[in-house]
Design a protein around this ligand. Structure first.
Ligand code: KIV
Length: 270
């Protein structure tokens, strides 16, 4: 089982693999495939809970999904994504919310969508024994600020702000850094600059690892961002199986004899 220290040591060595998972069967499959890190992302809001953004996701939502994932995971590092406004408003409450993921749900670390407001908080959490994965670049909890999900760090000034925050979160003790939807040359610059591993999503090949939303990777999502790749077609498989089930019930082909039983002594029971 990789620890946060093992993961930090993987910077510049073997590429780190990370996928999201939100439920026990998916976590089991992801873990068995040898993925290093399972992120219980607040993307659960879009993928599984039917929301249009991650903003409505609650601490209770994430806690329930972290519990399901950690019960099904033997080897991968389980990271809980802290949802909108669960951290950063009040330090004590932030630490309690993050601590709950480790204490009650068996996560090994938390991920924070970062900004200037999470530098001291990261340091405090790390001091208290809560490992922090930082997340910079496109931080989807800022959707209302961006007016969508645009690329970030596309001019020197914006790139320098991300680089500066990356350095500050490393100094504060973050054990790794997710970089989302930034130019690949900026991700390469940050990766070269930091000792902790960078894990990219839409950030090019120079990162120390890659992460995708599992629904995008297996082809379950109805829509996925341009930087995601489908490695399967689970949606088509499900559509075909569900259609076959409906046809079989409607035609009377299901249930067949082998799906039912008769009690021979039934009449004697009454
Ligand atoms: O919530 C999530 O799934 C994420 C990843 C896309 C990094 O934050």
């Amino acid at each position: 089982m990789p620890t946060v220290r093992d993961l930090t040591a993987m910077a510049g060595e073997n590429p780190i693999t990370m996928l999201t998972a939100y439920d026990a069967p998916t976590a089991e499959l992801v873990d068995e495939a040898g993925v290093d890190v399972i992120l219980v992302g607040d993307s659960v809001g879009n993928t599984s809970l039917g929301h249009e953004s991650t903003l409505p996701v609650t601490v209770d939502d994430i806690a329930r999904h972290v519990g399901a994932v950690s019960r099904a995971t033997d080897d991968a590092l389980v990271v809980a994504d802290m949802p909108f406004l669960s951290v950063g408003v009040d330090d004590a409450e932030s630490i309690e919310n993050a601590g709950r993921m480790l204490k009650e749900e068996n996560a090994e670390a938390v991920k924070l969508e970062c900004g200037p407001h999470t530098v001291d908080l990261t340091e405090r959490m790390v001091q208290l024994g809560i490992p922090v994965m930082a997340h910079l670049g496109l931080t989807p909890q800022h959707v209302n600020h961006y007016g969508g999900y645009p690329r970030q760090g596309t001019d020197r000034e914006a790139a320098d702000r991300i680089l500066d925050l990356a350095r500050k979160h490393e100094a504060a003790g973050a054990f790794s850094l997710v970089l989302e939807h930034i130019p690949s040359n900026l991700a390469a610059e940050i990766t070269a600059e930091l000792d902790i591993p960078t894990i990219g999503i839409g950030a090019g090949p120079a990162c120390d690892g890659q992460v995708l939303v599992v629904d995008d990777a297996v082809g379950l999502s109805e829509w996925s961002p341009s930087f995601a790749e489908q490695f399967g077609s689970v949606r088509e498989e499900m559509e075909s199986a569900i259609d076959d089930y409906v046809s079989a019930v409607e035609s009377g082909a299901f249930p067949a004899d082998e799906h039912s039983h008769e009690a021979e002594d039934l009449d004697e029971l009454y």
